[in-house]
Design a protein around this ligand. Structure first.
Ligand code: KG4
Ligand code: ZN
Length: 388
């Protein structure tokens, strides 16, 4: 199955071209244009600006991906657009007339790949951003005359762990993951524990307020650090651990509640009060606070995940989402796996954040035992889409 995957749910414009067969994949190309630096000046993502940046980036990213695919992708075609298709493209991209023109010109001047389907993120995420990817995918689907299918972004994070490496142009064998698993999905928008058996998902618990990545970002902001703050706070915490700095004591919200839910807004507020009382005047104070926060945020994730493993009897854990880049989290989960005898699968670092490769992987998993049905004419952005 030859798939072009597109992801634009938040602030990354990402496209991947893949061939998947049985339990093997060839990644012909995977390119992500990140807007993080652009948004860092505002301390967060503004939907209208994110949308504008996606519109600017999406065709250049596609062009890059097609070029990069050439060494291993062999099936190309020249397409002559008939007036009917051209008007359909203009209709689909009616609000983006420049993009429609550029895509039509691109089609006239470039060879395009012969594919089986286009997979595009349909949610959850920022609807304005999602629509850019969806409409671009629909227009491209008309040009290539192939089905377009919508993929749940969280399904992408959830399946990421099946990929053991990201080397282009060579055949890679997927990891063998059991049918019954617990997944911990941790990102800027989600903190969820999911139980999956035979591809059916059940949400066991989630955050009742802020997501864990969001808490990292907000704490970073309170500490005067830039966006996205997760990696920076976590680096400071790592440094603090190396230097044996004593952590600031902070609460572990909902750690002992009987469910699988989380709450991170109280922890963020505790950090805010701490800073008010104890202005951060030197490096050591910053390190101590970052360490205290990371310990509290991660410990609750680990203990609730472990509880879900024990109570369901699942023998494997998958980790996914931007916060899966956090070294302390991975270390603690490895430790829990060893001590409690379950398998732990983590995504390779390059696909922890938002990316199109994971959307292609989710499409492959979905269509391994399901027919591909074209959703092009019914596809809509679903900002609040859930799993299951
Ligand atoms: O999955 P993702 O790229 O986007 C969303 O779908 O939200 O996740 C981004 C989130 C941000 O909140 C970012 O600060 C956080 O992941 N993040 C981290 C780390 N790297 C990224 N949080 C903690 N430690 C990290 N090393
Ligand atoms: Zn994400």
């Amino acid at each position: 199955m030859k798939i072009l995957a597109i992801e634009t749910s938040c602030d990354e414009t990402s496209i991947a071209l893949l061939t998947v067969k049985d339990n093997k994949i060839v990644i012909h190309s995977h390119k992500t244009a990140s807007q993080a630096e652009f948004h860092s000046q505002y301390g967060g993502v503004f939907p209208a600006m994110a949308k504008r940046e996606h519109v600017k980036a999406i065709l250049p990213v596609l062009s890059y991906v097609l070029d990069e695919s050439k060494p291993s992708f062999k099936d190309w075609q020249k397409i002559s657009l008939n007036p009917d298709t051209e008007s359909k493209i203009r209709q689909i991209l009616e609000r983006e007339a420049d993009l429609a023109n550029d895509l039509i010109n691109f089609t006239k001047t470039n060879d395009l790949p012969i594919l089986d389907a286009i997979a595009v993120t349909r949610g959850p995420g920022l609807e304005m951003s999602l629509w850019v990817g969806i409409n671009f995918a629909r227009a491209l689907g008309k040009i290539l005359n192939i089905p377009v299918v919508g993929i749940n972004h969280m399904e992408g994070h959830l399946v990421s762990s099946i990929l053991p490496e990201e080397t282009l142009h060579k055949e890679i064998t997927f990891r063998n993951i059991p049918d019954e698993v617990i997944s911990l999905l941790v990102s800027g928008g989600h903190t969820e524990i999911i139980y999956t058996k035979d591809n059916q998902h059940k949400l066991l618990g989630e955050t009742l307020d802020d997501a864990v990545g969001e808490a990292f970002d907000k704490v970073a902001r309170l500490m005067g650090l830039s966006y996205p703050g997760g990696p920076i706070v976590s680096k400071l915490a790592e440094e603090a651990r190396e230097k044996n700095i004593i952590p600031v004591e902070l609460p572990r919200p909902m750690a002992s509640s009987p469910d699988y839910n989380f709450s991170y807004s109280g922890l963020k507020t505790a950090v805010m009060y701490y800073i008010k009382k104890n202005p951060l005047e030197n490096e050591e104070q910053k390190l101590s606070l970052a360490l205290g926060f990371e310990n509290a945020a991660i410990e609750v994730l680990v203990s609730k995940t472990l509880k879900a493993i024990k109570n369901t009897g699942a023998k494997a854990l998958l980790l996914g989402g931007g916060v899966a880049a956090n070294n302390y989290l991975k270390k603690m989960l490895h430790k829990a796996a060893e001590e409690n005898d379950f398998e732990f699968f983590e995504p390779i670092h390059s696909i922890t954040g938002d990316n199109a490769l994971m959307i292609g992987l989710a499409a492959f998993v979905k269509f391994r035992d399901q027919e591909i049905i074209d959703e092009s004419d019914s596809l809509k952005a679903a900002g609040m889409l859930t799993l299951g």
